[in-house]
Design a protein around this ligand. Sequence first.
Ligand code: ADP
Ligand code: MG
Length: 258
Amino acid sequence: MEPATVEIRNLGKRFDSTEVLRGLDLEIRPGEFLCLLGPSGCGKSTLLRILAGFDQPSFGDVIIDGRTILGTAPKDRDIAMVFQSFALYPHMTARQNIAIPLMMSRLSFIQRQPLIGRLAPGGRSVKRRIEAEVEHVAASLRITAQLDRRPAQLSGGQKQRVAIGRAIIRHPRLFLMDEPLSSLDAALRTQMRGELVELQRRLSITTVYVTHDQTEAMTMADRIVVMMEGKALQVGTPLEIFHDPQHLSVAQFLGTPA
Ligand code: ADP
Ligand code: MG
């Protein structure tokens, strides 16, 4: 599948009287690793939640490959999201957590076609195919040995790998990550930065990665969006952003003289 192109047009979001997104414009290129970098409270998570379909904008539009996605259900968007808090099911094993999206799509397929679902002799083979896919994803994330453990028996890094596995197993068109490494210790964070970039390259999924950490954005991104007070202030490669900040507030945030 071709990686997605995303156009965000004049996107706005208000919570009561608070304006969180203030007419944000952004183009996300197919297959790129885009980092949304900005201080806490600037609206990064709000933007990702709107892209994923967990929240609706107050105005503006989001267009993926030429089609608006607003009004479509999250499950129909073909978008996967990974959160800082992992959000794994505690009573399920790593294997079951990773398999969930495939199990769900299998269920909805069977519900739509009850006769086929009940009669198809392929029932077992679908299950075997799901198992093989889980093993494949687990191997690429190096958590094969942990597949039968529950989240409480996993380290922070392993939990995040499970969450990433669950996100990529359906080969989403757009992969969203909201500060996925921020609860890990420094050494693991550095290691996983490299691994995540490598994984993204291999899958070539259009990826939006939220962080407030400049080093993270600098080392991971193809392009960085500096976000402040609900707007995309500057977009460019890490070198362009750091060598040539276009706004005083960008320069101040980056800690470099304007
Ligand atoms: P970031 O992820 O960049 O730290 P957020 O998108 O989480 O920022 O939040 C941006 C602003 O929107 C904050 O001031 C936050 O308090 C506010 N906000 C976020 N979600 C809600 C909500 N559901 N209700 C009211 N205010 C919210
Ligand atoms: Mg946030």
